[in-house]
Every structure is written in C-alpha cells, then in structure tokens.
Design a protein around this ligand. Structure first.
Ligand SMILES: Nc1ncnc2c1ncn2[C@@H]1O[C@H](COP(=O)(O)OP(=O)(O)OP(=O)(O)O)[C@@H](O)[C@H]1O
Length: 256
C-alpha cells in the first residue's frame, strides 16, 4: 500500500508569507480530517497533495517517489480526488461518469470491459444512485451529484482518497453513509484525507486531525490530542460547548 509523505511542505496560498513546514506521513489505514476556517488553505493543501498545484516549497512523495516525477496516469491509480466544485457541463450520464474512474487503468481508446462496468455499477449501488444510472449528471440535484462524484472515485479504487468536503450537499443520512464508506475504506487499508467543516463528523470518523490556521500555522496529530476545545475555539474564533454522545465529543457553537 502507498504512503503519502510531505517533506518541509509549504502550500502556495496567494498573499500568505511563511507558514509551518508540513512533515506529514499519511499511512495506509489512516483517516485524516483537515479542519480550518474559510480561506485557511484546505483545498489548496489537498490539491498540492494530489500534485495538481505546485507547493511554494518542499515536496510531496507518493510511494517514496516525488509526485512531480510521476506520470499523471500512474498517480491516478494511487490517488483519487473528490473535488469541492465540479463543472458537470459535459453531457454524460451517471454511469458514463462513474466509468471515468476506470480511465487510469485503460490504454488510450481502450473500451471499458465487463469488469469496469461491474465496478461502476457496484459503486453506484453503494452510493445509492444506481436508479439514476441513465440520467445526465447535469440534471441531478446537488446531493445526487456529490454521491456520483464519490461513486466515481470508488470505481477508481485508489489507495489514497483526497476528499474535499465529501459530505457537501448531503442530507444527514447520506452524510453518515459517506463517512461510513470513508471509514470502511480506511479499515480496508486505504488512506483517507478529508477536508471537513463539521467538527462532529471529524470527531466521530477520523483518527487523525490536521488543523490549518489562516496564518499558515499547522498542527496535526491523533484525534484525541487535536480536538481540544480551546484549540478549536482559537482555530474558528468561535466559543464552543462540548457534550459527549456515544463516546465521541459533540461540539456546539454558543453565543458570546
Ligand atoms: N487563484 C487564486 N487567486 C487568488 N487567491 C486565491 C486563488 N486560489 C485560492 N486563493 C485564496 O487562497 C486562500 C485559500 O483558499 P482555499 O480554497 O485553499 O481555502 P479553504 O480553506 O479550502 O476555504 P473554504 O473553507 O472556504 O473552502 C483563500 O483566501 C483564497 O481566496
């Protein structure tokens, strides 16, 4: 299984000077939550980890080799990205979209085979969008599109998931189902890195947390060490009350 390693990584957020160099190892089986306020650089970090955006300094290594030296196709067999914003203007059906997840494994002009179709169909079932298989993606609701995007990455079957707010647009049931899927991926030996705005999803489903401050300061560690109310209040500049439900902390914003 592949490991994602950053060496003295500083992400390139326009107008920001400096920041904490990130020396991080994302191990197979781990589930990371990236938390921080709007504009802190969560998406920039994820895009940098995916090799879609060059860092300001430092390196990202995938399977011991700098990302910058690897072919995109090879990277796409290892890394799957759930984007925050997608342009679904392309008139493709739900099934055709899920099948895009198989492209890293096919040679140019090679048609998808029975196994590719079976994987895509299974992923659509898993994300509860199989009934939409023949619909054009640009006719779907926001939550349906989000589930198709996740089904596409599930079809891709990467060793490492980079998911930018995977629960965006999802109702409570589907939020829980998607977080369950992410946990299942991690339990199966994949690594998962998710940007999340919901502290409570992070507290319940992630085992590692990275806190990203607008200044560029970063800290990271195990969930229990990182989800300290005073640190989170400082991160979000928001007072919090904490209760415990089912053994996990629940953070509630309070006035004052
Ligand atoms: N192309 C660009 N030109 C100028 N500024 C940019 C550009 N791309 C991103 N930024 C800025 O970089 C900062 C970090 O953006 P990023 O999208 O990584 O934040 P984020 O933590 O994911 O935010 P959010 O929680 O709102 O999704 C923001 O202030 C954003 O405005």
């Amino acid at each position: 299984m592949s490991r994602l390693v950053t060496q003295d990584l500083i992400i390139d957020v326009p107008g920001r000077q400096g920041g904490t160099p990130l020396n991080l190892t994302i191990e197979p089986g781990q589930s990371w939550g990236v938390l921080g306020p709007n504009g802190a650089g969560k998406t920039t970090l994820l895009h940098t980890l995916a090799g879609l955006k060059p860092p300001r300094s430092g390196h990202v290594k995938l399977a011991d080799k700098p990302l910058a030296q690897q072919r995109r196709r090879q990277i796409a067999r290892e890394l799957g990205m759930v984007f925050q914003d997608r342009q679904d203007g392309f008139p493709a059906t739900v099934l055709e979209t899920a099948l895009i997840g198989r492209h890293p494994y096919l040679s140019p002009w090679q048609m998808e085979g029975a196994d590719d179709y079976a994987r895509a169909e299974r992923a659509l079932e898993r994300l509860d969008v199989a009934h939409l298989r023949d619909r054009l993606v640009n006719t779907l609701s926001g939550g349906e599109r989000q589930r198709v995007a996740i089904a596409t990455v599930l079809t891709q079957a990467p060793a490492i998931w980079l998911a930018d707010e995977p629960t965006n647009h999802l109702d409570l049931h589907h939020q829980s189902a998607v977080m369950g899927l992410m946990a299942e991926q991690a339990a199966g030996g994949q690594a998962v890195v998710m940007c999340l705005h919901d502290l409570n999803l992070a507290a319940r489903w992630c085992d590692h947390i990275l806190l990203l401050y607008p200044s560029g300061e970063v800290c990271w560690g195990t969930r229990d060490n990182m989800l300290v109310p005073s640190a989170l209040e400082d991160l979000y500049r928001q007072k919090l009350a904490v209760v415990e439900v089912d053994g996990a902390p629940v953070f509630v914003p309070v006035k004052g």
